[in-house]
Design a protein around this ligand. Structure first.
Ligand code: CP
Length: 360
């Protein structure tokens, strides 16, 4: 039995198979109407969501299954102090698969180590959002007909933007990908992506502050929201929130064949006039999310049926004698969790928290 906590829990080959399944679901939905009959999905959302939670629920319903869960922590026993570990053990008694969103980084990982059913990370803090990446990849494949030979611009909040982190991890495994990272200096990508992915695998990337400058090179423009909820300092958010606004004038600088993606929700970073541009793919992207979540639920339930035993973690290179300094790490709020670090670069003596990947 397997969970998906990071997009790297799926191989490139498995992602291609999920994309193929999603395309088959789109072409022949009737073949999937009862694939999950009598199965239950638990959506445990400790943080607000429209697309992810409801597309997960729509996905399970369209597969003939049922859904249960909560959409805010305050309506669950988390408000009484119940831990993520205990909640996942309890939900394993009631459901067949869990989708979890949590503001603390690493919370779905903790759930996966305690549940006896598969857990899917539906977004953890500023860390990862692997099923958004699956939606993004199906969208790029459907819009442009390929996942290779692309220049991908990522614009906005690259520091706290979990969708950006997962997308870079996934697309770095595709052939001949180049990234243009468009962000103010305060919102550049974090070190676990810069060093663990881009530098480690020699992925070409440039960093710029001007969206106009980047526009003509791009095959994909991935816009993101500056996220008020991730800032400790509200004035910093006010100062940065309008840094990038994609409008029809900027779209004139773009290639004729390209696509604009956005995980949504948007605030004002894409003007509504851009919606009418055929290159604006973000609403189609939200629909693709449902198909990819259907494909993923099917895959994980099939695997759990074939092998119901939870995979053990690799304890090689684990260390216990450090404390995570990331206040958004689940190990900081759930005190009973052991502090665990993994050596990710022996030569440079770099150790990262196994929950949130922050460097010790
Ligand atoms: N893209 C995304 O995660 O949207 P929600 O926050 O509405 O789920």
């Amino acid at each position: 039995m397997r969970s998906v906590i990071s997009i790297l829990d799926l191989s490139a080959e498995e992602i291609n198979q999920l994309i193929a399944t999603a395309k088959d679901i789109i072409a022949h939905p009737e073949n999937y109407w009862d694939k999950c009959a009598h199965k239950k999905l638990a959506t445990l959302f400790y943080e607000p969501s429209t697309r992810t939670r409801l597309s997960f629920e729509a996905a399970m319903l369209e597969l003939g299954g049922s859904v249960l869960g909560f959409s805010e922590a305050s309506s669950s026993s988390a408000s009484k102090g119940e831990s993520v570990a205990d909640t996942s053990k309890i939900l394993s008694c009631y459901a067949d698969i869990i989708a979890m969103r949590h503001p603390q980084e690493g919370a779905p990982y903790v759930a996966s180590r305690n549940a006896t059913i598969p857990v899917i990370n539906a977004g953890d803090g500023s860390h990862n959002h692997p099923t958004q990446t699956l939606a993004d990849m199906l969208t790029i494949s459907r819009e442009l007909g390929r996942l290779e030979n692309l220049t991908i611009g990522l614009c906005g909040d690259l520091k706290y933007g979990r969708t950006v982190h997962s997308l870079i991890e996934a697309m770095s495994r595709c052939g001949n990908i180049r990234f243009v990272l468009i962000a103010p200096k305060e919102l550049k990508i974090p070190s676990f992506i810069r060093y663990n992915v881009l530098e480690k695998y020699h992925i070409p990337y440039t960093e710029v502050e001007s969206l106009e400058e980047a526009m003509p090179q791009l095959d994909v423009l991935y816009m993101t929201r500056i996220q008020r909820e991730r800032f400790d300092d509200p004035w910093e958010y006010e100062r940065l929130k309008d840094t990038y606004i994609l409008d029809t004038k900027k779209m004139e600088l773009a290639k004729e064949r390209m696509c604009v993606l956005h995980p949504l929700p948007r605030v004002n970073e894409i003007s509504v006039q851009v919606d009418a541009d055929p290159r604006a793919a973000y609403f189609r992207q939200a629909l693709n999310g449902k198909y990819m979540r259907m494909a993923l639920i099917l895959k994980l339930l099939e695997e759990a049926k074939a092998n119901p035993i939870r995979e053990e973690i690799d304890t090689t290179d684990l260390e216990y004698d450090r404390v995570c300094t990331n206040p958004k790490c689940i190990s900081r709020t759930e005190q009973e969790l052991p502090q665990l670090f993994r050596c990710t670069d022996k030569a440079a003596d770099i150790h990262r928290c196994i929950y949130c990947e922050q460097r010790a």
